[in-house]
Design a protein around this ligand. Sequence first.
Ligand SMILES: C[S@@+](CC[C@H](N)C(=O)[O-])C[C@H]1O[C@@H](n2cnc3c(N)ncnc32)[C@H](O)[C@@H]1O
Length: 277
Amino acid sequence: MSVQLFEGKDHAAIYQKYRFPPSPDLLNIIFSYLEEKKGKPYDLAVDVGCGSGQSTWLLVPHFARVLGTDISEAQIEQAKRIPSPSHVSYCVFPAEALPVEDGSVDLLTAFAAAHWFDIQPFMRELERVLKPGGSVSLSSYTLNMKIRYGDCSEALSELFRETQAVLKKHANEKLHVLFSEYQEILDLMPFPDKKRIIFQVNETSFTVAGLMGFLQSLSMFQMFKNAQPEAAEAFLQQTQSRFLETMKVSSPETPLEITLEYICVLACKTPKEKVAT
Ligand SMILES: C[S@@+](CC[C@H](N)C(=O)[O-])C[C@H]1O[C@@H](n2cnc3c(N)ncnc32)[C@H](O)[C@@H]1O
């Protein structure tokens, strides 16, 4: 069954402000794959679970038509607030029933979203909508982050792991797909031509306040806040104080560096001429 944890307007705004846009390295991997498997022309890309649109934007220069879909009205409303070119559109639709014709999609992406979908119906929908030779990329950053600042990088990374351990108590069960690094998604992908890549990316423009914003954008934090608003707020304040104390600084705007881990499952729908008869 679909879960809707990204509905609140406040959450959508926090999300748009603090979530990382997908890394250029990830984009390079996806486009090299698409080029290798199918090549141009690139007509239609669909970004499923597009949220507030920051992942969809990365596809805009490359395709004749780009569609962002999401189950959350609040997220789509947020995405539509940013003016976009005429070949880009957004609509509220579940990943398991997309508003596109059979065999029409050159590239289907889901960034930080596929673990929320109902996997089996979504896989059937993938088979339906992709063009023969079309590609799919289901990717996400994981929570295996390393934090670097001066000589306290190890202490900060440990503090981040402790913070996650508290938040994981509030995790929706669907997050197990992410915690097991999309193994289930790889296994259930219906095309024989498939692979999973795991890689790391350094992000430099980050602050302590930005990291706290990122924590607030997590569904686990939002569930904690819904259940125990005061405890969740106190936990966030306490976490920020512990970061600042460890770093021996007072400003939440102090910059730090993080290393993000990404997972990406790539697959290609077998072109008709290659299907064994
Ligand atoms: C973590 S956000 C990722 C948003 C965006 N792709 C990004 O990179 O920032 C996950 C999104 O998936 C959407 N979502 C969850 N289940 C869905 C479903 N069954 N169908 C479509 N969207 C879904 C949520 O509403 C949310 O906006």
